[in-house]
Design a binder for this molecule. Structure first.
Ligand SMILES: NC(=O)c1ccc[n+]([C@@H]2O[C@H](COP(=O)([O-])OP(=O)(O)OC[C@H]3O[C@@H](n4cnc5c(N)ncnc54)[C@H](O)[C@@H]3O)[C@@H](O)[C@H]2O)c1
Length: 278
């Protein structure tokens, strides 16, 4: 039996599949579940935020209130972490490479600066970019004694472990998921969960009550792929918006929440070009 199609959950997975699509290496159509609104606006934002902070708190038992938390990446994950860290009383600094995201962070009321400038003032660093070597040698060189390093984004590559190891003259495990790297000038940098995603390494990952949204999207996408068998072109596809909306409707219903519907008058108004133009 041949494969009809696939569905992909993660931001990084979708990036890789798009790279395969550009090189014409995809063998079948794939639905980018990560790009569905009911996935990234909830799982990436609320799920990653809560579970990453949970991981940091479980591992270290640090009080977040009053700490300076530096977040690299103000995407779906970074935005969520920033808002939750602020809610816990942290002074939040954002580092970005995308000017629109950086501007958004400024207007959301966060301090935005280059990571190098944030390095000496941060107490807790959280990388959530999907990229490699984001927190690295030059940042470690400027960090305060006791700075905590964590990754909420991708694999174990966002905090540069090679750079950290080579900056250290001594390393020891302080408690599970907490490793101290002592530099030649006597500063202690604290790495959480071996630089792996801290919400999985040091906590239980996302709560089921946010994963259900993504998994519902996968289930509907699989059904849609089966219906589209032989019709859909090979490539990376968006989840059709009606299915995205259906996931949200089902979630709202499961939470016992109901919402308004457009009246016929409103539908006609929104659909017209004669009204509201003069
Ligand atoms: N820990 C988890 O459970 C979990 C859950 C969802 C997603 N993720 C992962 O988190 C990562 C981010 O996902 P997302 O949905 O927020 O992606 P996103 O594309 O919405 O955001 C990433 C942001 O990082 C910025 N960025 C990239 N390189 C940077 C750098 N060097 N310095 C500062 N900013 C930089 C980008 O400009 C972008 O705004 C991905 O790898 C994704 O797979 C993890």
């Amino acid at each position: 039996m041949s494969v009809i199609g696939g569905t992909e959950e993660t931001t990084t997975g979708v990036l890789r599949l798009r790279a395969m699509e550009r090189r014409r290496l995809l063998p079948y159509p794939v639905v980018a579940i990560n790009d569905a609104e009911t996935k990234r606006l909830f799982d990436n934002r609320f799920g990653t935020a809560q579970s990453s902070l949970d991981g940091i708190i479980r591992a270290t038992n640090e009080l977040i209130a009053g700490k300076t938390v530096v977040i690299a990446g103000y995407g779906h994950c970074g935005r969520g972490i920033a808002s939750r860290a602020r809610g816990l009383g942290a002074d939040v600094i954002i580092a970005e490479v995308n000017p629109i995201r950086a501007l958004e962070a400024v207007m959301d009321g966060f301090r935005v600066m280059e990571l190098l400038d944030a390095a000496p003032v941060g107490n807790i660093f959280i990388a959530a970019t999907g990229s490699i070597s984001v927190i690295r040698r030059e940042h470690f060189a400027h960090m305060e004694d006791g700075a905590i390093l964590s990754n909420a984004g991708h694999f174990n590559v966002e905090v540069d472990l090679n750079d950290l190891e080579s900056a250290a003259v001594n390393r020891r495990t302080l408690r599970p998921n907490v490793e101290q790297f002592e530099t030649a000038d006597g500063r202690r940098l604290i790495l959480l969960a071996e630089g792996r995603v801290v919400n999985l390494g040091a906590a239980d990952g996302h709560p089921a009550s946010v994963m259900d949204l993504s998994f519902a999207a996968h289930a509907l996408a699989v059904e849609w792929l089966a219906e589209q068998n032989g019709v859909l072109e090979i490539g990376v596809h968006q989840l059709p918006s009606e299915l995205d909306l259906r996931v949200a409707e089902m979630k709202l219903a499961s939470m016992g929440r109901s919402i308004d519907v457009l009246t016929e008058r409103q539908r006609n108004y929104l659909d017209s070009y004669e009204e509201g133009t003069k």
